[in-house]
Design a protein around this ligand. Sequence first.
Ligand code: MN
Length: 252
Amino acid sequence: MTTLLIADLHLQPARPEVTAGFLHWLENRARGADALYILGDFFEAWIGDDLLDLGDADPTGNAPLALRVAGALRRLSEDGTRIRLMHGNRDFLLGERFANAAGARLLPDPSVIDMGGSPVLLMHGDSLCTGDEAYMAFRNQARDPRWQQQVLAMPISDRLALARQLREQSGEANSNKAEDIMDVTPGEVGRVMRDQGVTTLIHGHTHRPAVHGLEVDGKPAQRLVLGDWQPGKGWEIAVEETGKPELREVNV
Ligand code: MN
């Protein structure tokens, strides 16, 4: 029994090596796993599931990429691996239609799952970065169903332009932000873990892979942070029979 967790692949047509690495990892490493959890920012941008209608004719290359990845996930799922997808701050518009095509189910952020008899909290991680007030305001807007419906009603070309604009704004804003507000707020980590009654938290988002020890209500606890994927290199957390999550860098 193996459970695998990954995050922050930021799949996009401009980085075919990362897509190839992921598909290789899926075929070779994930095959036979009991469960695969993808904890957000799987795609660099997601403008709506109707993107899939464009098929191979999509000049941006996004639809062919999404269809290829969905097909590979579906094969894994048909072989018996349970696949769960959590939204990140880039692909929060990923919907049921993509999930169905991938043989996966959407997983709410946060979610608590059972790992070897212990509750483990899974999150993307952006909601833990409460020091970044501008981003938290955007996050509230972007998670509002009415705002999402308005965006999804826009023509695809307008949504592509909006996604590009948001990425540029976030890139500029982040280059002016202090290092510590780009990371999780320790107090918020403790609060969420206490509220959820867990001593293990797994998340991505910050691109700072590490295993941090901490205390929650006087009990030893741990926070495991997945890394982002680059050409030739990725990060996974694997939980085998012992139930102990292990963070590993993987060559892909
Ligand atoms: Mn993120």
